[in-house]
Design a protein around this ligand. Structure first.
Ligand code: HEC
Length: 395
């Protein structure tokens, strides 16, 4: 009963989270494009930086941007902030439902660090808070005069965090948490910097004061970070079924590569939308393609994998001991009434049909058994791997 409830809650929260994220990222992409498309034309009102025309849903839209603000505040002003807030809130709910509620299976790997459930949850929440404190201090530090340097330090810090999480959590949770702390910085930017700064500007205008342009500049730096971090975060959020990425012993190197790919793609679009054409746009996609190939090649480099002599009957025993407590027609594990994901290993035929999946989940990564509940050893994994690679022979 509990597992059915958990599954449904998880599905509905995931649904809400993805919808909120589409709203946030969609509006963010739209405004990046809008900003880049603005043209200064004759006949625009005073204080207008430019305007833009678009066609959508059978009508024409004419948008004018005021550099700091119009002379008079409009009656109704739409603020874009709940997209970001609800994305973070539903994301936090989702991590609570999957990784806190199911901490023993998904958050903790006792082979990595033998944490109590409360300790693991505490570290998870603390990491989000610390990430924000660090990032905010970085943006306010003396380095802020050089946005490139700020971003370089941020890059190193994110990769270091990925490495750090790998020493504490299960591989899957480590990778996800890297995405979570970056997403927390992005939401913090909206909640604690961009919106409050804009409110100061609006209050100044209402009171007839000239707003300080500094507020706008600070907000712009933060929103530029958000723009470059969006794509890597999305990949980290959707990778929880890809142990080829998070299950690698050097997953933090893959995180660094994902960051580069995401940033370079954004560089292309930002330049393209700003009207840049020709040679300046030749390098980005080749770099992305090369990085993707490098990532895949790197993921196949597995110095930890060893070929050992296998004994079929012992390999089958390893599956029986470590897997069929859950992956069976009638699981004996207390949390599962049915085989999770309808994946069953009761017969040799079934094991063979899932050969490559088992390799990915239990040999190339430690993703299964869930939470290493059975304490599966490295020797077991090596033996299972050699046997599966040989085609899982009966004898
Ligand atoms: C404690 C229960 C449990 C044990 C033990 C367990 N699994 Fe799983 N397994 C799960 C759950 C839960 C899922 C669904 C995972 C998810 O939703 O991400 C799953 C999913 C899988 C999948 C499907 C992954 C996919 O791509 O969708 C494979 C393959 C798998 N397990 C293999 C194994 C192997 C091999 C073992 C033994 C070495 C094992 N599991 C032991 C609970 C378990």
């Amino acid at each position: 009963m509990e597992s059915i409830l958990q599954e449904w809650i998880s599905l509905f929260v995931r649904w809400a989270h993805i919808i909120a994220a589409i709203g946030w990222i969609g509006s963010s992409f739209y405004f990046m494009w809008l900003d880049a498309s603005l043209k200064k034309r004759k006949g625009l009102p005073d204080g207008a930086k430019g305007d833009s025309w678009a066609v959508h849903g059978g009508g024409f839209y004419h948008v004018v941007k005021y550099q700091i603000a119009p002379d008079e505040m409009p009656e109704a002003l739409k603020w874009f902030k709940w997209e970001a807030y609800t994305t973070w809130l539903t994301g936090f709910l989702l991590i609570a439902v999957t990784y806190y509620w199911g901490a023993k299976g998904f958050l903790i790997d006792r082979e990595v660090m033998d944490l109590e459930v409360w300790e693991a949850i505490f570290i998870s929440v603390l990491s989000m808070a610390l990430a924000w404190v660090f990032y905010d201090a970085l943006c306010k530090s003396a380095l802020r005069k050089s946005p490139v340097l700020v971003f370089a330090v941020l890059f190193v810090a994110i990769v270091a965090a990925a490495y750090g999480f790998q020493q504490v959590f299960s591989a899957r949770a480590a990778w996800l948490h890297t995405g979570v702390i970056v997403a927390t910085m992005m939401t913090g930017n909206v909640f604690l910097v961009i919106i409050p700064n804009t409110k100061v500007v609006v209050a100044d205008l209402k009171a007839g004061r000239t707003p300080d342009g500094r507020y706008g500049e600070i907000a712009k730096l933060r929103s530029t970070h958000n723009n470059y971090l969006t794509l890597p975060v999305v990949l980290m959020m959707i990778s929880n079924h890809y142990p080829v990425a998070f299950g690698h012993p050097y997953a933090w190197v893959l995180v660094a590569m994902v960051l580069v790919i995401g940033v370079v793609v954004r560089v292309f679009y930002n330049m393209h939308e700003a009207g840049v054409h020709g040679k300046m746009l030749y390098w980005q996609w080749p770099v992305v393609a090369a990085m993707v190939v490098a990532m895949i090649a790197f993921s196949t480099w597995r110095p930890d994998q060893v070929e050992v002599d296998y004994v079929p009957i012992e390999a089958m025993e390893i599956v029986a001991v470590n897997c069929t407590i859950c992956h069976s027609v009638s699981p004996t594990n207390e949390f599962f009434d049915e085989a999770p994901g309808d994946v069953k290993f009761d017969t040799l035929e079934e094991i063979r049909s899932f050969r490559s999946k088992i390799l990915v989940q239990s040999v190339l990564s430690n993703n299964m058994p869930l939470g290493n509940e059975t304490g599966m050893t490295a020797e077991d994994r090596a033996m299972l791997g050699s046997w599966l690679r040989a085609g899982a022979p009966a004898e």
